[in-house]
Design a protein around this ligand. Structure first.
Ligand code: SF4
Length: 300
């Protein structure tokens, strides 16, 4: 069900930009997510989202963003895509992300978007404009296997479509890379699986692959994840294995975590692909930042 609400505020300040792609401000235009990934952490009880299948549209988000950006004295990077995908299907109707990008461009801010959707290509012209300052997109690829993705990310575009989008974004100068997270214990623990993602990243000219070798399991979301695994013939046995190994732990690391990470890092190094997050600050370096007087509003 889609519900419309009026939000009180839209932009939150991030105290530690270095922790997530140099993001200074964060925004969520929607709550809930139509992609319905079976491992999604946003389904956890701690977030108090009554029904994760309900999509909440913050209808006044663009107005709030306009007011907030007009008042900001420091230019920064605005991040989105943490709790809800900004390019889920409902965005094609409401266009909150598109209008937000127009404001981000108007006020000369920068952007970092995390998404699992090739719908982002609808906004390619605005992104190209913002990219002249700095636009960064992280596309989540947990697997390149479209059939596996249909099971674990049932509402999201297929990985093959996302990879195609990465290639196009790279061509127009967006800093685009891959979020290889989560990696599901027992399901994604093979060399072939890692090779396939790394090779695909190289092919579509992704700048980095930022990884996490495991999945988070919290109250409510853990049960949902196990229920979904139990519905799939090939994964039926896994919930028992998970319960034995991870009990009620928050973090469920891949069993071969060290081997996987070691192999992954070495292979990425060999192929010249970064395993680090990039940010505006990292990309331009401090000297350049001083030169460009980052932090001061450029008056339009
Ligand atoms: S795309 Fe992200 S926010 Fe949406 S369901 Fe999947 S993991 Fe959750």
């Amino acid at each position: 069900m889609i519900k419309e609400i009026e939000a009180k505020s839209i932009l939150s300040y991030c105290k530690h930009p270095s922790q997530w792609f140099g993001v200074n401000y964060n925004m969520n235009l929607y709550r809930g997510c139509q992609h319905q990934c079976i491992y999604c952490d946003s389904r956890s009880a701690c977030y108090q989202i009554e029904n994760f299948k309900d999509i909440i549209v913050k209808t006044n988000a663009v107005k709030l963003l306009d007011e907030a950006l007009r008042r900001k004295r420091k230019i920064g990077t605005i991040g989105t895509g943490a709790m809800s995908d900004p390019y889920m299907p409902v965005e094609l109707e409401y266009e909150l992300m598109k209008q937000s990008l127009e404001l981000i461009d108007k006020y000369r801010f920068r952007v970092h978007i995390a998404t699992k959707s090739n719908n982002i290509l609808r906004d390619i012209l605005i992104l190209e404009k913002i990219a002249k300052r700095y636009a960064s997109v992280s596309v989540t690829i947990t697997t390149v296997d479209d059939e596996l993705a249909r099971i674990i990310e049932p509402g999201a575009p297929l990985p093959s479509e996302r990879l195609q989008a990465i290639g196009i974004l790279a061509e127009i100068g967006v800093h685009v890379g891959i979020l290889m997270m989560p990696q599901l214990p027992f399901i994604m623990e093979t060399k072939e699986h890692l090779d396939a993602i790394i090779d695909a990243a190289v092919k579509c000219k992704a700048r980095y692959i930022y990884s996490s070798f495991g999945v988070t399991l919290r109250d409510q979301q853990r049960d949902y994840y196990y229920e979904q695994l139990d519905k799939v013939e090939q994964f039926k046995h896994l919930s028992t294995k998970y319960k034995e190994r991870f009990k009620d732990y928050y973090s469920a690391g891949c069993v071969n975590y060290k081997k996987m990470k070691g192999y992954f890092n070495t292979r990425c190094r060999e192929l010249g692909i970064s395993t680090e997050q990039i940010s505006y600050e990292k990309y331009y370096g401090n000297a350049q930042l001083n030169l460009f007087q980052d932090g001061d509003r450029f008056l339009t």
